[in-house]
Design a protein around this ligand. Structure first.
Ligand code: NAI
Ligand code: MG
Length: 490
């Protein structure tokens, strides 16, 4: 299938049908590697969102009452269809988001794994029988929440549908998905595949549109929970609105994760890992290790090696299999990166490499940025505290374990932390002491459907992944049964 035939799916998907927005409005999605529009996409109005939620509500009870095996079969079949359409989905994802095609292929297969995992996991959810009073039976039930609104960002579109949809659907919820306005196309393609897999009409709707209008309308609609991934700023707004009506939310937000290299580490592995974690997907990753803490005794040598490796990376056309860094998402994202780099220089940090846009031959209007490494960074500088979401690394030295932990924790975020060491006790101590929801030792950014994770501090609320996530899409009920003749008395 060509890109063109895939992008035929550019309308809202509501109640099992592709349809125009009720006011006919559309928005453009562009290819950030060329700067050119790919297609116009229908822009869901608040009315369209309300209709999608009403259809989800109408379909949900029947979906919940299906045997587990029926829901599992739809998810498993979806996984198969994702795999059999892998090349087309990867091309679409790469074109819409600017990321290297080789990354996209791996991510499509990874997405299928989440559907597969959650197909089975709901069968492993357990309720409890609680030892209680004589002649009483006391047990718990886990029941679906109802309708879940899902709002996702542009950095990992398909993987995030994998992270959010199957867990919610497996336990009997219906879902309304608002994909990021920069990358709506694979959400619509996935909706078609899920319909083909046998998902009943209405159980999943997709309502593309802007955040302030369509996204906000979904938060305010008749949904029972919002599952959000994106910026801390928007996460806070969503939580405040949810707080008003005591609606459940999960938030997976930004990060400024430390990657900490001790002199005793295997430095080949550490250098490759330190490079990967700040450059993968052009640095547009919530768990990017964008602060490199290096033990002073090896700092100079380690950093100069990293600079050489960064300069060897192939930044270019995302469609080329050999490309390692593609385009950054948008002009807004480019402005953000350039703004932070300028502030780093203003505040006295020194770029050892990068700090400029890159012109790629034949893609003059593409949004490319060279991997950038800053030295002479102080912990309180903008570049050391804020999520830049670009291939920009801040290097900070340390001389003791205590100083490493202190600097690692001296930030508002708490998503991930990586440590590179061969000292077992140091690795365990650090894992205990660091303020982060995910800790990596001699690796970084691993993710799997069976492993739960959770953002600490300003990085989020709630859990994604694992049986814990399936449980988080349910509500707990406690049942008391009087088995005897006991009469309530005053
Ligand atoms: P964003 O948080 O504005 O967008 C994420 C999603 O939220 C999109 O679907 C958007 O349409 C929606 N949204 C925006 N405003 C909303 C509102 N008021 N109500 C409901 N939904 C709303 O992120 P943006 O602007 O695309 O990126 C800005 C920065 O956010 C990035 O530079 C990065 O630092 C951070 N970010 C973090 C991500 C993560 O994975 N944790 C992902 C994307 C961005
Ligand atoms: Mg796009």
């Amino acid at each position: 299938m060509t890109t063109q035939s895939i992008t035929a799916e550019n309308r809202l998907f509501i109640g099992g049908d592709f349809t125009e927005a009720s006011d006919g409005a559309t928005f453009e999605t562009i290819n950030p590697a060329t700067g050119r529009p790919i297609t116009d996409v229908s822009h869901a109005t608040p009315l369209d969102v309300a209709e999608a939620v009403a259809k989800a509500r109408a379909a949900q009870k029947q979906w919940e009452s299906e045997p587990l095996s029926v829901r599992a079969k739809v998810l498993r079949r979806t996984a198969e269809l994702i795999v059999s359409h892998a090349d087309q989905l990867a091309t679409l994802e790469s074109t819409d988001g600017g990321k290297p095609i080789s990354d996209c292929k791996a991510q499509v297969l990874g997405t299928a794994e989440w559907f597969d995992f959650f197909a089975d996991v709901s069968a492993h959810l357990r309720s409890d029988v609680i030892p209680s009073f004589p002649d009483h039976l006391n047990y718990t039930l886990r029941q679906p929440l109802g309708v879940v609104g899902t709002i996702t960002p542009w950095n990992y579109p398909l993987p995030l549908y994998g992270i959010k949809l199957p867990a919610a659907l497996a336990v009997g919820n219906a879902v309304v998905l608002k994909p990021a306005e920069q990358t709506p196309l694979t959400a619509l393609a996935l909706a078609r595949l899920m319909a083909e897999a046998g998902l009943p009409d209405g159980v999943l709707s997709v309502v593309p549109g802007l955040g302030e209008t369509t996204g906000a309308a979904l938060v305010d609609a008749d949904v029972d929970m919002v599952s959000f991934t994106g910026s801390t700023e928007v996460g806070r707004k969503i939580a405040a609105r949810a707080g008003d009506r005591l609606m459940k939310v999960t938030l997976e937000l930004g990060g400024k994760s430390p990657s900490i290299v001790f002199a005793d580490a295997d430095l080949d592995i550490a250098a490759a890992g330190a490079l990967f974690t700040f450059c993968v997907h052009q640095g547009q990753l919530c768990s990017a290790g964008s602060r490199l803490l290096v033990e002073e005794s090896i700092r100079e040598e380690f950093v100069s090696r990293l600079v050489t490796m960064a300069e060897d990376l192939r930044v270019g056309d995302p469609a080329d299999e050999a490309t390692q860094l593609g385009a950054v998402m948008s002009q807004a994202q480019m402005d953000r990166i350039e703004g932070f780099v300028a502030s780093g220089i203003d505040q006295g940090a020194r770029p050892l490499t990068g700090a400029s846009r890159k012109v790629v031959e034949g893609l003059d209007n593409g949004l490319f940025y060279t991997p950038t490494i800053f030295e002479d960074v102080k912990v309180d500088m903008e570049i050391a505290q804020n999520e830049i979401f670009g291939p920009v690394l801040s290097v900070l030295p340390f001389s003791s374990d205590e100083e490493a932990v202190e600097k690692a924790n001296d930030v508002l975020y708490g998503l991930a932390a990586g440590i590179w060491t061969n000292d077992l006790r140091r690795a365990h101590r650090f894992s205990r002491d660091v303020d982060a929801g995910i800790v990596y030792v001699n690796t970084m950014n691993a993710l799997a459907p069976w492993s739960p994770y959770s953002g600490w501090k300003q990085s989020g609320l709630g859990v994604e992944g694992g049986i814990e996530q399936a449980e988080s899409f349910t509500k707990l009920k406690t049942v008391w049964i009087n088995l005897g003749d006991q009469v309530p008395t005053l």
